[in-house]
Design a protein around this ligand. Structure first.
Ligand code: MF3
Ligand code: CO
Ligand code: CO
Length: 268
């Protein structure tokens, strides 16, 4: 018996077994497929509420369960965060307009495994500055993922993201972070998208977690609106986010939430 698996590290991070990767791949694939299939529904005049309704249908049609409906009182199958909304935007009746940028974040449960992913979309034609923000945010996520391998630390992931984002004179949100997941939605550790290399817990094969940097064109500070969910930039600057769920392997990581359709991000 391999006594090294199925344990918690001293930081409380669960080490999953090789067989568990299949469950995460199935859950991640469905979440990513929903993000692929929703892309044509993002256009000026569409409502975020209708996008969420379609996502709810897709989750049900796949025989899966939404992880967000009922989570701490949240009532929707997605978070849709438009323009200066950083995360946890609540779908509703407002019409998307030409040039709006939005993050759609979907988490599904398949056979008890959680798949959590988000991407940026554009209604109509993006401005040059929002296109740059989206590109830098996606590149930052992928650089963080490149740093996700055994022997490195969580600080290496944060440092890779922060260094890159700030080199483009944009800022990394500090108030929200990635998280461990697996058979639960949010577990240790907090995955910071900033920090110093060499700090934090060491990465080990069998750790499952998200990386989900939020990047602002202006300052990093956020505030949560009176609905207790919607987080916005304090300076009203545009914000972008991409999220993947990953698992650490012997020599790197598996991305559970890669787009089955091979989309980089659907509006590129
Ligand atoms: N999917 C989000 C995350 O990346 C969490 C959303 S919780 C909700 O962790 F309740 F707002 F949906
Ligand atoms: Co997440
Ligand atoms: Co998410």
């Amino acid at each position: 018996m391999d006594t090294n698996k199925g344990r918690l590290t001293r930081e409380g991070i669960r080490i999953y077994e090789e067989a568990d990767f299949a469950g995460m791949h199935a859950a991640g694939r469905l979440a990513a497929q929903i993000l692929d299939e929703i892309a044509p529904q993002v256009f000026p005049g569409q409502t975020t509420g209708e996008i969420d309704r379609l996502i709810t249908e897709m989750v049900a049609a796949a025989g899966a369960v939404s992880a967000t409906i009922g989570y701490k009182g949240y009532q929707h199958a997605s978070c849709i965060s438009v323009n200066h909304v950083v995360c946890h935007g609540i779908p509703g009746d407002k019409l998307l307009k030409d040039g709006d940028i939005l993050n759609i974040d979907v988490t599904v449960i398949v056979d008890g495994w959680f798949g959590d992913t988000s991407r940026m979309y554009v209604a109509g034609k993006p401005s040059v500055k929002s296109q740059r923000l989206i590109q830098v945010t996606h590149d930052a996520l992928m650089l963080g993922i490149e740093a996700a391998r055994p022997g490195n630390t969580f600080g290496d992931i944060g440092a890779a993201i922060q260094t890159f984002v700030e080199s483009h004179r944009m800022s990394v949100v500090r108030d929200f972070c990635g998280h461990g997941l697996g058979r639960v939605f949010h577990a240790p550790p907090n995955v910071l998208h900033y920090g110093r290399s060499g700090t934090g817990p060491r990465l080990e094969e069998g750790m499952f977690f998200t990386i989900e940097p939020m990047v602002n064109l202006g300052r990093p500070e956020t505030k949560v609106l009176a609905d207790d969910w919607t987080a916005v930039t304090r300076d009203k600057s545009l914000s972008a986010q991409f999220e993947h769920s990953i698992g650490i392997t012997a020599d790197g990581c598996d991305i559970f939430t890669l787009s089955p359709g091979g989309l980089f991000h659907p509006t590129a």
